[in-house]
Design a protein around this ligand. Structure first.
Ligand SMILES: Cc1cc2nc3c(=O)[nH]c(=O)nc-3n(C[C@H](O)[C@H](O)[C@H](O)COP(=O)(O)OP(=O)(O)OC[C@H]3O[C@@H](n4cnc5c(N)ncnc54)[C@H](O)[C@@H]3O)c2cc1C
Length: 382
């Protein structure tokens, strides 16, 4: 991949190299087996923690490194995707949606207890916003938390939660106030709290290596000290969190496209039909040229928005555009890659088969394509 020196410096290359070595050593030898088993060993969190990968982007005082260095995070996420399993990346990386609200808004004693254990890989963090009644309309969420002395009594349920079965710390969106966005708060709910149960691991089209679950709260008593941020200010925290999640999903889509393109190029050179490599047929050559063009444009646009985010600019509209553009591109490129590989592209033994399945969630999770378009059009004054 080109160096993109305007965004990445030599320290980012060191991050890239170290994550790449980790992926080659600790993930690639077993990933096919983990995908089929729909799980990866919990020990991998400890290994990623010890290698410093989980801590990238978090404060040193809490066990992290490269705080505020967004392109270190970009480099690490891109290299992790080289394992070819979006499910593993989503599962190992669920801390990146669960933890930021705790780092930014939890009480110091909660932050100092929870964050280091997650960054070391001893404990797992998850974010629980989506409910069986709907995920897009966050302002309408129904899980209720009623203050009663020094606890909140929580009742309701969540679904499609990444790392839902295995997590220890759940950052949960609840309704503490009136209907609408002004009545939402975030609570840290810990595994083992009476009244909190985890449902079955849900079977999925893709992301097999990640666990995805339903959560149930039945008069679950949560200490008021576990409130993250101010009461009824949760909606703004959730929306802030979505910005980095949407960047991460755009990067994931671009890396999905990158891997699918690499597989297609290699096959186009090797596979022969009608006496010549299929890459010599103009229709395939041009298809590959168009795939490469779309990816290049998508990656540049995504990096540009990351650079603006790193500079503290608001990119609410642009990050939604980047997510939609990157996922439109990866939809197209994974479809074309399966076509170029022919029958092999449909076989579980080929990487593009997994990329095609894993890719499908990227325009749904973290805000659907339609929700992104709602945000973009609203920002356009429509
Ligand atoms: C594998 C996986 C992992 C996930 N991980 C997590 C997680 O860790 N934490 C978490 O909280 N959630 C998670 N989710 C949930 C995900 O964020 C939601 O599925 C997503 O936000 C969409 O919500 P929904 O499924 O309820 O669809 P709905 O909101 O019911 O939407 C259904 C359809 O209606 C469309 N629609 C809705 N509103 C509008 C509108 N205003 N205009 C036009 N169209 C509209 C949507 O775009 C979509 O096409 C995960 C989902 C999956 C599949």
């Amino acid at each position: 991949m080109p160096a993109f020196q305007e965004y990445f410096d030599p320290s980012h290359q060191l991050v890239r190299d170290s994550v790449r070595r980790f992926v080659e050593r600790e993930i690639l030898p077993d990933i096919d087996q983990w995908e089929e088993a729909e799980s990866f060993p919990r020990e991998l969190y400890l290994k990623a923690g010890a290698a410093g990968i989980l801590g990238i982007g978090y404060p040193e005082a809490l066990g992290g490194s490269h705080e505020g260095d967004l392109f270190a995070k970009v480099a690490a996420s891109e290299e992790l995707m080289r394992c070819g399993s979006g499910g593993l990346v989503a599962g190992l990386g669920s801390l990146d949606i669960g933890l930021p609200p705790i780092v930014k808004w939890a009480r110091p004693e909660v932050r100092e207890r929870v964050v280091p254990q997650v960054l070391s890989g001893e404990r797992i963090s998850a974010l629980a916003v989506t409910e069986p009644g709907g995920g897009s309309d966050v302002a309408n969420l129904q899980t209720r938390a009623v203050r009663d002395g020094d606890v909140y009594r929580v009742s309701g349920s969540k679904t499609f939660i990444t790392s839902g079965v295995r997590a220890d710390f759940y950052t949960v969106a609840v309704r503490t106030g009136a209907p609408g966005f002004g009545g939402i708060s975030l609570l840290l709910i810990e595994k083992g709290t009476p009244g909190f149960t985890v449902g079955r691991q849900l079977k999925k089209m893709g992301w097999w290596a990640s666990d995805t679950a339903e959560l149930f709260f039945d008069d679950c008593h949560v200490p008021v000290g576990n409130l993250i941020g101010a009461e009824n200010m949760g909606f703004a925290c959730i929306m802030g969190n979505f910005q980095s999640e949407r960047l991460a999903l755009a990067l994931m889509a671009n890396m999905t496209s990158q891997l699918a393109l690499e597989e297609s190029l290699q096959w186009a050179r090797e596979r022969e039909a009608f006496g010549k490599p299929i890459g010599k047929f103009q229709v395939i050559k041009h298809r590959l040229a168009e795939m490469a063009t779309a990816l290049e444009v998508s990656r540049e646009f995504t990096y540009r928005q990351a650079a603006k985010m790193a500079a503290g600019q608001s990119v609410i509209k642009e990050i939604s555009m980047a997510k939609n553009f990157a996922t439109d591109t990866s939809d197209r490129i994974t479809t074309e890659a399966v076509q170029i590989l022919g029958g092999l592209g449909y076989m579980r033994e080929s990487l593009v088969e997994r990329l095609y399945r894993d890719n499908r969630i990227l325009s749904i999770g973290g805000g659907t394509r339609e929700v992104m378009n709602e945000i973009i059009s609203k920002q356009m004054g429509l």
